[in-house]
Design a protein around this ligand. Structure first.
Ligand SMILES: [Zn+2]
Length: 131
């Protein structure tokens, strides 16, 4: 986006910065990328190196979580559970990442562009910010 600083220059905590990007891993043999990161490749068993994943992807599929997930590990917010959209965001690397969708249910569309950020435990996805 014009006017935005390059991601490498964003301060820590800035959602555009590298600290907010998901950390996966990439196989040094067959180049398969996975999330979450793993020391070994799930395809060929070879060693995998840490890899910062793309922030932009497209929605592959989604659903609505209408009841509170099992706790722990889920922690309900102080004001109680409210249903939320949950989906898989497909990244250019070919990996699909499960994420909470910060999008109105009525506006969610398979294939829509989304931006992923590392959330508090679970990745979150939101629409591209418009200028
Ligand atoms: Zn591999």
């Amino acid at each position: 986006m014009a006017g935005d600083p390059p991601a490498g220059d964003a301060p820590a905590g800035d959602p555009r910065g590298p600290a907010a990007r998901l950390q996966g891993s990439r196989c040094s043999g067959c180049s398969v990328t996975v999330y979450p990161a793993d020391d070994a490749c799930p395809r060929c068993g070879g060693p995998a190196d840490p890899a910062t994943l793309s922030a932009q992807g497209t929605l592959w599929t989604w659903t609505v979580q209408r009841y509170a997930p099992k706790s722990p590990p889920y922690r309900a917010p102080a004001d109680g559970f409210t249903p939320f959209a949950l989906g898989y965001v497909e990244l250019p690397e070919g990996v699909r990442v499960a994420a909470v969708l910060d999008v109105e249910f009525s506006e969610v569309r398979i294939g829509m562009p989304l931006t992923l950020t590392a959330g508090d435990g679970v990745p979150r996805a939101h629409r591209e910010e418009r200028p």
